[in-house]
Every structure is written in C-alpha cells, then in structure tokens.
Design a protein around this ligand. Structure first.
Ligand code: ZN
Length: 181
C-alpha cells in the first residue's frame, strides 16, 4: 500500500462524513452476534429458557427469570402491541445523519405477545401507540440483525416480503455520497 492509499484509508476512518458509503453500526456483542446468526433463516428467533420457558430479549448468558444457563434460540410469535413511537431528528452516526437529512428516522417500542419489549425501526407512518403490530428481524447494510415493526396485517411470511420492507426503509443499502472516498 502506498502513502496515498494509507492517507485515504486513515481519512476514511477518521472522517465518516467523507465516506462514499456509510453503513449502520455493525458492532455487536458475542450474544448479539448469536442473535444475528439465529435470526438469519427465520422471521424472528429469540432465546427461550429450557427450564422455565422465559422468552428473553436482549440475549444474555443466563435466564433473567430463573438464572438457568440453558437458553435455546427458537422461532417465536411476531405479534405484539406498539407501546410508543418516536422520530429521531439527530444522530451522531454518519449513516443515520444522511438518512435523517431526507426524513426523520422512525423508531418504536413493542410489547411482544411472547413477553419481551423490543425497540425497532418503524416501517409504516400510520402506526400509532396501541396498534397491533408484527416484529421481524432482518440483516441491515452491515449484515447485523435489526428489528422492524410493521402493521399486524402486513404480509411478512416470506423472505422476499421482508426484504422488500427493509429495502423500502433503505436499511439494506449503505447511505451513499457522491464524490466520497
Ligand atoms: Zn428460566
């Protein structure tokens, strides 16, 4: 690698605003990486305690209810109720800065019927607190699992349907900048 390339690489690292392609945060803990892997083949998979059936999210090494250490990933019911929603108008992360310039970023919290409360990206503008919703997981542009919230009647049974929703949210693609490095 010559000096010019080295300088470019350093600039790219230190000045995310110059990047041609900005991506969402990819860092995950070891438990988060397991969650991503377990969720690849299904719409939503969560840790379930084999001792007490507790559905656990976010993932952890021990069961939050009985401290059991035998938690297995299992496909779970995607249904839940939207508790609240909010719009982000500011972010310190370059990917979201670029997205927010186009439109405030929509997030919400959901109480799943299987137990946990999750925070996810809201895919539909019409959803309001109290509405029945469905939650599915999907890989974002950094190949890490994120949770997406849609209306209860939105079809999400097939990978293609889920992929279309993520593409419409622009979560599957990097946020690009013309002339970036
Ligand atoms: Zn347990």
């Amino acid at each position: 690698m010559n000096l010019k390339e080295k300088m470019k690489r350093r600039l790219k690292l230190n000045r995310p605003s110059l990047r041609a392609r900005a991506r969402p945060p990819k860092q995950r803990t070891a438990m988060g990486q397991q969650f991503t892997a377990a969720n690849l083949p299904v719409s939503l998979s969560m840790q379930v305690c084999t001792a007490c059936e507790h559905h656990q999210y976010p993932p952890a090494e021990l069961c939050g209810r009985c401290l059991g250490d035998t938690l297995r990933y299992q496909e779970v019911n995607t249904a839940g109720q939207l508790l609240s929603r909010s719009a982000l108008h500011h972010s310190l992360w370059e990917y979201y800065k670029r997205r927010i310039r186009i439109k405030p970023w929509q997030i919400g919290s959901v109480k799943l019927r299987c137990g946990p409360v999750i925070i996810g990206h809201v895919a539909e503008d019409a959803l309001q607190a109290g509405d029945d919703v469905a939650v599915f997981s999907h890989s974002d542009a950094s190949q890490a699992a994120v949770l997406i919230i849609v209306g209860a009647t939105t079809p999400i049974a097939t990978p293609a349907q889920r992929n279309d929703i993520v593409t419409a949210l622009c979560l599957g693609q990097p946020a690009e900048k013309k002339g970036g490095i």
